[in-house]
Design a binder for this molecule. Sequence first.
Ligand code: C2E
Ligand code: CA
Ligand code: CA
Ligand code: CA
Length: 279
Amino acid sequence: AKAAGRDRIAAFDDRDRHSSVLALQTANDLRRALATDEIVPYFQPITDLQTGDITSYEVLVRWLHPEQGLLGPGKFLPTAEANGMMGEIGERMLRDALAQLARWRVADHAAGRAAISVNLAAQQLSDPNFVAVVDDALATSGIEADSLWFEITETALLTDVGVATTALRELRGLGVHLSVDDFGTGYSSLTYLKKFPVEAIKVDKSFVDGLGIEVDDSSIVDAVVRLGHSLGLSVIAEGVETPLQLRMLRELGADKVQGYLFGRPMPARLVGQSTFAEH
Ligand code: C2E
Ligand code: CA
Ligand code: CA
Ligand code: CA
């Protein structure tokens, strides 16, 4: 369990390895931040390779810290996790993102046609109230379940397979969609893929990085795309940064792409305003 905890913390932290222990926030700071609305969702586009349309936005948590500026999840999710606060943060992201989607629709903003994709923590999946919370969040926002995706890592799925399977079936029963996050980095991917009612897999950035450069990475992505398609799943590539990676992903038949090449995570007010690279 200790090793698993360390793995999860490393996963949050893998994009800012230089964050020191000193930068870790205390649980009390985090509680205050939640109460004062400093914890906000950022949105990153996920683009369909066939149509070029943005089909969804991944919701990524940020802390607008009054003294330290913009903090990424690596700086505070380990504290949240250690203090049992992932459920609270996750529920905030879910409700805020659904409310934002509703505002985009009222304003007839193009982003209102997309879905939102929310990261789900293991602590949420094992909460017996979680499905009711999702149901209530949808009803409160007026957004239909079809416009909501949850991204779940293999690690979260494997924490308690029985509990996870039940929760995921109930979520699917509501009509929300499920994807497996960071695909290929966990264990038993293939065995468990069959068990869970998922509709998409997100190929981890670590495999996308070497596309067109490392033969192994191209073979792995090729295999993941084929596997996903043969199981009837849609395949999303994350961390796409270069035109070469994009070209390879097209050739290999990936369905959707997400990465800095298409847009960085951004606050709601900037969604739809950035200039996208031409392809
Ligand atoms: P993730 O779910 O794998 O999210 C993708 C991460 O890759 C995000 O980092 C995103 O900003 C980053 N990214 C996207 N495109 C690119 C790219 O082209 N290049 C590079 N270098 N990075 C890219 P972020 O926002 O720092 O989030 C890190 C992790 O924190 C997420 O990984 C996820 O595991 C966790 N996380 C973020 N928000 C939430 C949340 O609301 N709830 C939960 N449970 N976890 C969250
Ligand atoms: Ca994710
Ligand atoms: Ca991911
Ligand atoms: Ca990750």
